[in-house]
Structure formats: structure tokens, C-alpha cells
Design a protein around this ligand. Structure first.
Ligand code: NAP
Length: 267
């Protein structure tokens, strides 16, 4: 990356970015890539020690905010922890399903937490951080979503529903904000090599074959921040149609269920 590109990225999306879900995987890779692009980073996740380690290695200013994004007041806490900063970019990355089981196997409290983290906190974060960006006439928002958003499927009931929420929310905000100078991207990921996915695969004995590399995802996502409303990582036509969109709904649901079964050699 040339110095000019680095400066113009930081001018468009700096001086501060918030990465929600930054302690490992794609979130940590995005934070590192933002640091390379000269944007200061607020690192948010539950594991403070990992965030502090990451902060120490970034070549920019950082702030560590240890926070459970499933908490009722998470967006409010995040807003007050960053109230003195000019935030030009928000990346909401936290969002995987820690269980990977069927709907009825998941404790109802965990499902409530999933909805709060992936829907309520995401929505409130967009509202709080989006308003000043729109007023300023510049900025960016990335909501990380999933191929599980394309259709229903077994083992992804509530998770897929939250990811569909994030996809539609991001696309809608793109429609409302891009003319105001704020770039919004729904970043649609397939199987990606993160500690969270590795834990699920180890637990269930499944395999997804080749996994996307979080560092590659981070570079591509930030390179294409202005190419919304959505970016399907790893697809030949990343701005194209939903890959299941042409199928009858039943076939789409069966195909998606076969995909999630790859993680479940134990079922
Ligand atoms: N990995 C894949 O194969 C895959 C596929 C499709 C889509 N995605 C999407 O990619 C994103 C990242 O997924 P991932 O596999 O890296 O797993 P993840 O479990 O979402 O973890 C990513 C980060 O989020 C943080 N996090 C999770 N729950 C949190 C909470 N309640 N409060 C605060 N921080 C929290 C984790 O740190 P702490 O544990 O320290 O809090 C970690 O830093 C998600 O939105 C997921 O839906 C992933």
C-alpha cells in the first residue's frame, strides 16, 4: 500500500475505528489491517488480555474496551467508552454461534444472548455511531454476516436468522447512507479459519475443507468498503446475487442444511 492510499483511507474512515469482536480471528485481522492503514483502533471483546496483547502490537493509537456485547446495555457502554473519540468506521464482527447444535439443544438464555449480541447491540451500535458519521458526511460501517443468512437450515436456526437480520440491516443502511458519504458493507463470510470455528469443528468432529484466511478477508473487506451494499467473500462475483437465490426455497433450505451438516459428524 502506498503512503497516498494509506492517508486517503485514514482520511475517509479515521481517525478512529471501532472493531467489535477484535480479540481473535477476522476481527483481530481487521484491527491489524486498520493499523497498517493508519487508523486508530478501539478493540472490543470480552477477553481483555488478548485485546491488550493486540493493542501492544499495533502501530497506531488504541483503546481496549472489555465488554460483553450480549449485555442489555452493551451499545450504551461502548458509546460512553468512546464518547471522546471521533469514530469514522465501525466494524461489527462478533457474531458466531458457540453451540452449532439444533434449535432445541440450545439453552434459551444462550439464544437470548445471541439475539442481543447479533441484533439488538448491532442495531443500537449502528444508530449511535451512524448518526455522527451521516452528519459529518463521511465514514464507514461493516457488518459481518454469513452464508447462513441466505436461507433457513438445520443447526443454524437462530444464528442464521440473526445473520439475515445483519445482512438486511446493512443493505438498508447502505441504501439510506451512501448518498450521504457513508459506506456500508454487509460482509458475507463462508467457512473461515478462526479459533471459534476451530472449536466447533473439534467439538463436533466435522470439516469444511479449505477455510478462508482471516488476513485475506480483512484486506479484501477494507479494499472494498465502498463497493456495498454487500460483499460475498471468496465468490467469483462478490457483489452478485445470493448463490441460493435461484433455487426453490425448499431446495435452498435442504442445501444449506447439508452445508451445516459438514460440521456435525456426530449427529
Ligand atoms: N468463522 C467462520 O467460519 C464464519 C463463517 C461465516 C460467518 N462468520 C462470521 O464472522 C464473524 C466472526 O466469527 P468468528 O468465527 O471469528 O467467531 P466469534 O465467536 O464471533 O468471535 C469473533 C470475536 O468476537 C468476540 N466476541 C464473541 N462474542 C462476544 C461477546 N458476547 N461480547 C464481546 N465480544 C464477543 C470474540 O472475542 P471474546 O471471546 O474475547 O469476547 C472474538 O474476538 C461472526 O460475525 C460470524 O457470524 C464466521
Amino acid at each position: 500500500m502506498t503512503e497516498g492510499t494509506r492517508t486517503s483511507f485514514a482520511d475517509a474512515y479515521g481517525p478512529w475505528a471501532v472493531v467489535a469482536g477484535a480479540s481473535d480471528g477476522t476481527g483481530a485481522a481487521l484491527a491489524r489491517e486498520l493499523g497498517r492503514r493508519g487508523v486508530n483502533v478501539v478493540l472490543v471483546a470480552r477477553r481483555r488480555a488478548l485485546l491488550e496483547e493486540l493493542a501492544a502490537e499495533l502501530p497506531v493509537d488504541t483503546r481496549v474496551v472489555a465488554l460483553d456485547l450480549s449485555a442489555d446495555d452493551a451499545a450504551e457502554s461502548l458509546a460512553s467508552a468512546t464518547a471522546d473519540l471521533e469514530v469514522g468506521l465501525v466494524v461489527f464482527n462478533a457474531g458466531a454461534d458457540a453451540h452449532g447444535t439444533t434449535f432445541l439443544e440450545q439453552p434459551i438464555d444462550d439464544l437470548r444472548g445471541l439475539i442481543r449480541r447479533n441484533c439488538t447491540t448491532v442495531m443500537e451500535t449502528c444508530h449511535r455511531f451512524g448518526a455522527p458519521m451521516v452528519a459529518r458526511g463521511r465514514g464507514g460501517l461493516v457488518l459481518v454476516t454469513s452464508g447462513a443468512a441466505w436461507a433457513g437450515g438445520s443447526h443454524v436456526a437462530a444464528y442464521g436468522a440473526t445473520k439475515a437480520f445483519d445482512l438486511v440491516l446493512a443493505e438498508s443502511l447502505w441504501a439510506e447512507w451512501h448518498h450521504a458519504g457513508v459506506d456500508v458493507l454487509a460482509l458475507v463470510l463462508g467457512a473461515t479459519d478462526t479459533p471459534s470455528l476451530r472449536r466447533l469443528l473439534e467439538r463436533h468432529g466435522g470439516s469444511f475443507g479449505e477455510l478462508a484466511d482471516p488476513d485475506d478477508v480483512a484486506v479484501e473487506a477494507l479494499d472494498h468498503l465502498a463497493d456495498g451494499p454487500s460483499w460475498i467473500y471468496g465468490f467469483p462475483d462478490p457483489t452478485g446475487a445470493s448463490p441460493l437465490g435461484a433455487l426453490p426455497r425448499r431446495q435452498a433450505v435442504e442445501l444449506l442444511s447439508m452445508g451445516s451438516a459438514a460440521m456435525h459428524r456426530d449427529t
